[in-house]
Design a protein around this ligand. Sequence first.
Ligand code: ZN
Length: 434
Amino acid sequence: MKASMKLGVVLCLSIATHAALGQQAAGSDAKRTLIRAGHVLDVKTGKLLDAQTIVVEGKTIQSIAPTAGVAAQAGDTVIDLGSLTVMPGLIDVHTHLTMSTNFDPFYEVTMTDAKEAITGVANARTTLMAGVTSVRNVGADAYTDVDLRDSIEAGLVPGPHMAVSGPALGITGGHCDDNLLPPQYHRVGDGVADGIAEVQHMVRKNIKYGVDVIKICATGGVLSKGDDPQASQYTLEEMQAIVADAHRLGRKVAAHAHGAQGILWATEAGVDSIEHGSYINDAAIAEMKKRGTYLVPTLYLEDWMIEKGNLPAFYHQKMLDTIAVAKGNIKHAMQAGVKIAMGTDAAVYPHGLNAHELDVYVNQLGMAPLAALQTATINAADLMGWTAKTGTLEPGKWADIIAVEKNPMEDVRTLEDVKFVMKAGVVYKGANAK
Ligand SMILES: [Zn+2]
């Protein structure tokens, strides 16, 4: 029987799911779930192991062993995934779950905090169903991402594990400010902070209200009015102050940076990742390699924009200019050995298409399939500081498990159609439990 026939498409947050959540909360006598997998892909080595059983207890993986040696016990739930290939859930380190793919200026200026939060609830579910079991959400208004994270963790709504930044820090009039309205409206982006004292205050304020990571805008951006992606925005001194405070308080820093000077300054200031990196040059590449700074390319959005984008004139030309150079520069950085973690900028294009980013790495930029899979698993977990929790299927880690029809090492696009999703031991998609 074909696996696709065995798997009913059960998009479930069913009563059974809620029961499972309840059992986990009870703790010590957590039930076991046995996942019978046709194949398990080891994303450390690229090796495919046949006929494996993953034993899940509560939220975590207890063991992985050949199916022949793992008998079901009374009370176990058995999920037979047939001939599907199982691997760790994907991790996207650059999302905006509380934002939509809509760049109509009127839509943007009439956004409310409540609408943004509700948008986040819908997009969190879509993202999880696409096989993304963890995200780093870098930029949201009014701490809507903090509440979304906490609501998911509480079991109120379905979604991936989230590390969140709250409002992104940026200069007045910069990419992370709100520049659409004339001066009489006095609109200021939530994360705007200028000068050493203000950026220190904003880092501390974001941490006060519950963020896991600090996001900053080191250069101008594409989807903002009146600024230049190549121009540096924060100074080296401002970014050094941000990084010093964030790291002292136990938070990593993600820097939006397109222009080469801004990438270099942000890297010298000690940020943990450069987002986008469109105009990255050899000096920035050398500094990132020296410091082990991650690059998060966000490239599939360019393909989507060319095909389906509908941007106002004041964004459109900047998008064309960036698209003209970004893939070539990023390919150069990849070949030079800069560490890469998969991020998508989901919201710039519709949520749930996250895995298309890996298709760009492999089939457009020539990255080896195993290296590409590691950007969305091992590397992404490392960047987030979550290596002990996720990124591989190993005992003690979260039971964040997906299954696809083909071996992603041979066809990475199989990840664009994920058949089964388990997050923290709970099945959200494609269960054939018995
Ligand atoms: Zn972004």
